[in-house]
Design a protein around this ligand. Structure first.
Ligand code: AHG
Ligand code: MN
Ligand code: MN
Length: 363
């Protein structure tokens, strides 16, 4: 009987004890978050199965969310699970979710606490119908002192202010990956005992990699430094990089980040010109910031291309941001390409005479 294994609950308590300044409310909140993730794992794993005689899918009302995206029933279910599991315990002063236009107010029946919870209840939900990995992303912030009824401005804190961040991935196994600001640790849900169990202590992103992930169908909307980077990857051993690259695109940020934590690589949803009102696809507060904290804590880097994601000052809770993250060496290269471009120093690449369709190209 593996009773000496480290469950997530035990890990959090021991980690808090080691910190010298344990925060019991944070321990309780993280326990509620892990319970919510188990419930969402169960909901996703049941797929289209429903008890005999019941409708094929739960009868939840879906709508077009604040992002302008059509919700799936599981987006709504996951959102309801996060709220219902985390609102009652007295640790939270408020919540922000991808699926809610305004911050969620803790009902008056429950005590208000010191933390704010910001989350994407179901990331990659376009993958649900095709049985591909999805996940939940979460970020814990402190509620400013003396505030019991937080408003928008109280949530607008930079990623550097996060107390804890992580994600759950619902793939062949369910895992929860967590950082409390000192390393990144991965826990696999053991279905026999219903507990997340420490399986990946001290996750570290390899500094260099030859694998990239980007939605190439957006290429015509990219900025030149991003085109330069991807062109060089695609040229492989015959180009300036001198080595062949591999490409992946799962369309689920949790799955991309998880792969990068395990074997390295670069993931990006860079700035594009598709819709000038949106500087990127991914949302700063509940996608980019928690993932940037995880990636940095695992030794990787996370940038907009022109600055650290964690240092962006949020102006709106659903704000979008360009995201480039993963193996440090690759992220730094792409940041350098942005700097070259902004300084006008990569002129040869921008000139048709010298690019892939160059008049001077010999091979
Ligand atoms: P969500 O399902 O929460 O709206 O997020 C989906 C995000 C992210 O997970 C993924 O990287 C990206 O959208 C995929 O975008 P494309 O559909 O443009 O590939
Ligand atoms: Mn998402
Ligand atoms: Mn989502």
């Amino acid at each position: 009987m593996p009773y000496r294994r480290t469950t997530l609950s035990k890990f959090i308590i021991e980690d808090q004890r080691r910190s010298g300044a344990p925060e019991p409310d944070l321990t309780s909140l993280l326990n509620d978050i892990q319970t919510a993730c188990k419930l969402i794992a169960l909901a996703t794993s049941r797929g289209s199965i429903a008890p005999a005689g019941e409708p094929r899918e739960p009868a939840v009302a879906t709508a077009v969310n604040v992002q302008g995206e059509q919700q799936k029933p599981l987006d709504v279910t996951a959102n309801n699970i996060m709220i219902g599991t985390c609102e009652w315990g007295g640790q939270l002063a408020g919540m922000v979710s991808e699926e809610m236009e305004q911050p969620y107010e803790i009902p008056a029946a429950y005590p208000r606490g010191r933390y704010l919870l910001v989350f994407d209840p179901l990331d990659g939900s376009s993958n649900i119908d095709v049985n591909m990995p999805v996940g939940t992303i979460f970020s814990v912030l402190r509620c400013p002192g003396g505030v019991t009824e937080p408003t928008l401005e109280h949530f607008l804190q930079p990623g550097t202010a996060q107390v804890a961040a992580g994600y759950a991935i619902y793939g062949p196994t369910a895992m929860l990956v967590l950082t409390l600001g000192a390393g990144v640790h991965g826990f696999t849900l053991d279905p026999e005992i219903g507990a997340f169990t420490l399986t990946h202590p001290g996750m570290a992103i390899p500094p260099d990699s030859h694998e990239f992930a980007v939605n190439v169908s957006n290429e015509r909307f990219w900025e030149p430094p991003v085109r330069r980077y991807v062109d060089e990857c695609v040229e492989g051993a015959s180009g300036v990089r001198g080595v062949d690259f591999n490409m992946r695109w799962i369309a689920s940020m949790v799955a991309e980040v998880h792969r990068i934590l395990i074997r390295g690589g670069l993931f990006m949803y860079p700035r594009d010109s598709k819709d000038p009102s949106k500087p990127g696809r991914l949302r700063l507060m509940y996608e980019a910031n928690p993932m940037a904290m995880v990636v940095e804590q695992a030794g990787g880097a996370a940038s907009t291309g022109r600055g650290r994601i964690l240092e962006v000052t949020p102006e709106a809770i659903h704000q979008r941001v360009p995201v480039i993250l993963g193996s440090r060496g690759e992220v730094e290269r792409l940041v350098r390409y942005h700097a070259d471009y902004d300084a006008g120093a990569d002129q040869p690449f921008k000139t048709p005479l010298f690019n892939a369709r160059s008049l001077f190209r010999t091979a």
